[in-house]
Write a protein of this length. Structure first.
Length: 126
């Protein structure tokens, strides 16, 4: 406001400039936020064991290759080891759970902890 009134003046200049800025889309996007900060940031818990915390994401809308058009991305948050599984867009939740078990769980988690299948129950081998 000060920059405008430094060089220009007319009756109700403050109201007109305020109205213009309020209606201007670019002005609203570029406006500095004067709100108070919410609070201090909290540090994430330091992870101690790999494959206890995972991130899962999908890469979608890919070209169709071998009847697959999406990629399931599973990342270990501690070591950043990433596992990619090609899937289709029509994948059901049950099928996705099986793919996770067959590709990620068996490949990484059972190998790391020495888990083997005894009948139908997985147990840790010390």
């Amino acid at each position: 406001m000060e920059l405008v009134t430094r060089n220009y003046w007319w009756p109700e200049v403050i109201r007109d400039v305020g109205k213009y800025v309020e209606d201007c889309d670019i002005c609203q996007r570029m406006k500095n936020k004067i709100e108070e900060l919410v609070g201090k940031l909290k540090l994430s818990k330091v992870l101690e064991k790999p494959w206890t915390h995972l991130t899962v994401d999908f890469i979608t809308k890919l070209l169709l290759v071998a009847r697959k058009d999406e990629i399931l991305v599973v990342c270990n948050r501690l070591s950043k080891i990433t596992h990619f599984v090609a899937i289709t867009e029509e994948m059901t939740a049950e099928r996705l759970a099986r793919l996770f078990r067959d590709n990620v769980w068996i490949t990484w988690i059972t190998r790391k902890y020495g888990v083997r299948q005894r009948t139908t129950v997985y147990s840790r081998v010390d």
